[in-house]
Design a protein around this ligand. Structure first.
Ligand code: NIG
Ligand code: FE
Length: 423
């Protein structure tokens, strides 16, 4: 692979499979999820950071002018950058000690009940200054890019006080440079902190009366999320928080039915949230309700795998019901410490019976729509932002087939090379 000279115009030629995801301007459902719009021996022209032309190398060659920077993809697979629509990337420390405890037999919920879990990361994150948190998070940002991910949804949720939640959202904003795009989500309702355990209604009021107005007035988030689960936030509490968030103009997401069938997906349908995430325990009635309400499921097999569970969400039933399924990493220090979308594609095929094509659609164009970015991101089509990746494979299915391997060789964000494995 070679590139010559720098200019505002870039031509990428000789893409063995150019996986464009071109199609209708909406999330893909049913059989559409298998249609990747692949151009054999494809090529792209990028001008000023946007995709200008897409076609075969033969067609595009005649359009390349002399001051155009030329990249030869070496017959490799080229894909849009992954859009990771569910991550928790800003926190201090790790939870490797809990990982070891789980290896010795403890469960995620047992660890949380004794003050570990989310709360241990909250304890570690609260005392850390903005600049230090930016520094800690930057390492992970680099990991996402190296995995071929060019956009992430980034949640707060390890502060759980007004000051600390705003700090985390400010850190997310500061990370918004260097190639990786961010869509910020406020997750003050990630857990009830211990100082409010005996008066949880006051914590819900704090979220509604102080946190949400501050987040909205400072324009720090586009979405609001709630961890709706037994021993976390009840259906009624989740409804109140999400309804208030909607009144502030935020889009809605919800952690639903992750550890039990708690009714979170039904609540998502009732409120018409943009997404319902996890859904490991969601039943057929709730799948039908999500379909009627047009909610996009965001499935997170990394957390099922890392928690040592075998309860994967019913992706096949959801696709067959016509839901516009999304796949994401759920990157976080507790239940899913992976930034690798390759790993998620592998899990989706092996444990959820999604084909590699369906998984790629779920991790690109459908994910972009779930973040309200479908018009700009998630496919390689004229007018879209030039976020694309040259992978070290000749067949797109290899991305799901080879596991434990990151295949991104060269990652472009707005047409600029931000990761090059060869340098
Ligand atoms: O999506 N379920 C809630 N939140 C995260 C876990 C966060 C943590 O354990 O720190 C999740 O799995
Ligand atoms: Fe999560």
């Amino acid at each position: 692979m070679s590139s010559e000279r720098k200019s505002s115009t870039l031509a990428v030629v000789n893409c063995g499979q150019l996986v464009t995801l071109a199609g209708p301007a909406r999330p893909r459902v049913g059989a559409e999820m298998r249609e990747l719009g692949i151009i054999a021996d494809g090529a792209i022209i990028v001008r000023e950071g946007l995709i200008e032309e897409v076609g075969t190398t033969e067609q595009i060659k005649s359009l390349i002018d002399s001051d155009c920077e030329l990249v030869d993809a070496g017959r490799c697979v080229v894909l849009p950058g992954f859009v990771d629509a569910h991550t928790h990337p800003v926190f201090s420390g790790t939870r490797v000690d809990e990982f070891e405890q789980r290896a010795e037999g403890a469960t995620y919920e047992e660890i949380a009940a004794r003050g570990g879990g989310i709360q241990s990361t909250v304890n570690a994150t609260r005392g850390v200054h903005d600049d230090m948190l930016v520094h800690e998070s930057c390492g992970y940002i680099d990991w996402f890019l190296r995995c071929g991910t060019t956009t992430i949804e980034a949640k707060s949720g390890y502060g759980l006080s007004l000051e600390d939640e705003l700090k985390i959202l400010r850190v997310i904003r500061k990370l918004g440079h260097g190639g990786l795009r961010y869509v910020p989500t406020f997750l003050g309702a990630h857990s009830v902190p211990p100082e409010y355990r005996s008066r949880r209604d006051e914590y819900v009021s704090l979220i509604i009366e102080e946190m949400l107005p501050a987040v909205a007035s400072q324009n720090l988030a586009e979405f609001c999320d709630v961890f709706c689960e037994r021993n976390v936030f009840t259906i009624d509490e989740s409804r109140k928080i999400l309804s208030a968030a909607r009144d502030h103009g935020l889009g809605l997401r919800i952690h639903a039915d992750q550890l039990s069938l708690s009714g979170g997906a039904q609540l998502a349908a009732e409120l018409g949230t943009v997404t319902a995430d996890h859904l490991e325990h969601t039943d057929a009635a709730a799948i039908a309700a999500l379909k009627s309400a047009g909610v996009q499921p965001v499935l997170l097999p990394g957390s099922v795998y890392a928690l040592g569970s075998s309860r994967y969400p019913a992706a096949r039933e959801m696709i067959d019901a016509g839901l516009a399924v999304v796949l994401a990493t759920d990157f976080n220090p507790g239940s899913s410490p992976t930034p690798s979308m390759n790993m998620i594609l592998s899990l989706a095929s092996t444990h959820m019976k999604m084909t590699p094509a369906e998984s790629i659609t779920a991790a690109t164009i459908n994910a972009a729509y779930s973040l309200n970015r479908g018009a700009q991101l998630g496919s390689i089509e004229p007018g879209k932002i030039a976020d694309f990746v040259i992978h070290e494979h000749f067949d797109y299915r290899d991305l799901a087939y080879f596991f434990g391997f990151v295949s991104a060789d060269q990652v472009y964000s707005s047409g600029t090379l931000v990761v090059d494995r060869y340098f």
